[in-house]
Design a protein around this ligand. Structure first.
Ligand code: FES
Ligand SMILES: [Fe+2]
Length: 439
């Protein structure tokens, strides 16, 4: 672990577009991230469609902290899964439906809204059981939702979720959270990856240059995505980032004349009706990919179901959101959800899920491609000869005048599709949090 980190030096380096490799591996950096980032941010926990009925709950994590996310009669609530008596986990299931959680250790029972409602032999063993019950609720976690996405924070001082997300919600809407009314399909998959969480977060927010080489086997050899330069460099594609907030999202629109390829016509009409100001952006729309600071990423794109190019056979669209859950400086747990538009037929949903499975999730080819690189970066970033090497973030470094198509209403700082401006913004935000500020 390092003892000699100077944030000022890091800031100066970042201004020049470089960073030391040890930011992806250092133990002390990881401890700071836990305290200064993850204790203060809004962290994605669950999708509302995972807990549709009163009493439905799932257990999720904010880094190492298990959080029960439950729908009560009064709305969605979240509590740290920790008994106020001696600290045992009260809920042993990962998901289910229950009005109460009963601690397995001594039997204290909590309502699903967190109040302590039952103590064995309460009158006989406590002088004032009423006070104990009043005072010892499950530790509360603040929760707020944006169009089905439930976030929680361990901070009492964090701004509202609305303020935290800012105008990045425009892109969550375009992704499908608004007109498509996305819901979760199946359980989230999760697996452990020997890589630092930031390798993934900065890749999704946003590294578009890697697509052609990292995923070259699909694109070049299988010719599934007949690639033309304008798919990356065309003037209708762009990246938007949010200074001070850390979010960055890319929008790829290489198919003029085709609206949000892979979305059934009636659902396109619904999107246009619900968000007319976004309708022009559905034209040619292929990909929306990004990271909501710090570790929630999202992606929608199409995927052929067989070894044929896009559009020459069934090519469903899929939607995934994922959390890069830190498990240590060189390890993360990936949580990956597949989302589908509620209005799709069961058959369409199944096909969309198949497309997701082929690309992402534990068996996805794109996922494997990325994981291999991120593991390698993390190992080298921890190595004797590699940790002091400076990594380069200079693509689109000058951030000169925008030369793409004129955009109306798309918020954020707009940059070309191949840029490292989003990643630089991610790191500036990271640095600002580590220094005790926000954004
Ligand atoms: S630790 Fe939960 S009842 Fe004792
Ligand atoms: Fe990738």
């Amino acid at each position: 672990m390092r003892n000699d980190v100077s944030f000022q030096d890091l800031e100066r380096e970042l201004e020049r577009g470089v960073l030391p490799a040890w930011v992806f591996s250092d133990g002390r950096v990881y401890e700071w991230e836990r305290e200064r980032i993850f204790k203060r941010v809004w962290h994605f926990l669950a999708h509302e469609s995972e807990i549709p009925e009163a009493g439905d709950y799932v257990v999720r994590y904010i880094v190492d902290t298990p959080v029960i996310v439950v729908r009560t009669e009064q709305g969605v609530r979240a509590h740290v899964n920790m008994c106020r008596h001696r600290g045992a986990p009260v809920c042993r299931g990962e998901r289910g439906r229950s009005r109460v959680f009963r601690c397995p250790y001594h039997g204290w029972t909590y309502s699903n809204s967190g109040e302590l409602v039952g103590i064995p032999f309460r009158e006989q063993i406590y002088a004032d059981p009423g006070r104990i019950e009043r005072e010892l609720s499950l530790p509360l976690v603040r929760v707020q939702s944006y169009r089905g996405l439930i976030f929680g924070t361990l901070s009492e001082r964090a701004p509202s979720l609305e303020e935290y997300l800012g105008e990045s919600t425009w892109y969550l809407d375009l992704f499908g959270c608004r007109g498509l009314d996305l819901e979760v399909f199946g359980d989230p998959e999760r697996w452990t990856l020997s890589a630092n969480w930031k390798t993934a977060a900065e890749n999704f927010g946003v590294d578009n240059l890697h697509i052609l080489s990292t995923h070259g086997s699909l694109i070049v050899e299988l010719e599934q995505f007949p690639f033309r330069q304008e798919y990356l460099l065309g003037p209708t594609n762009f990246v938007a980032y949010f200074p001070g907030r850390g979010h960055a999202i890319a929008v790829n629109r290489p198919f003029p004349g085709m609206k949000f390829v892979g979305v059934p016509e009636p659902l396109i009409a619904k999107m246009e009706a619900e968000a007319p100001e976004q309708a022009p952006y559905l034209d040619g729309l292929s990909t929306v990919v990004g990271t909501i600071w710090p570790n929630l990423s999202l992606l929608t794109v199409v995927q052929p179901l067989g070894p044929y190019p896009v559009g020459q056979g069934e090519t469903p669209r899929y939607w995934t959101i994922r959390v890069w859950q830190p498990m240590g400086p060189t390890q993360m747990q990936v949580w990956s959800w597949c989302l589908v538009p509620r209005g799709m037929s069961e058959e369409q949903k199944r096909k969309s899920f198949q497309a997701y499975r082929l690309s992402f999730g534990v068996s996805g080819t794109f996922e494997q491609d990325d994981a291999e690189v991120w593991k390698g970066i993390t190992e080298l970033a921890a190595s004797l000869g590699g940790r002091e090497v400076r990594l380069n973030y200079e693509i689109d470094g000058a951030e000169g005048p925008w030369s793409g198509q004129q955009l109306n209403g798309a918020p954020g700082v707009i940059r070309p599709y191949v840029t490292e401006a989003g990643a630089r913004n991610f790191w500036r935000t990271w640095l600002s949090y580590l220094r005790g500020g926000e954004g």
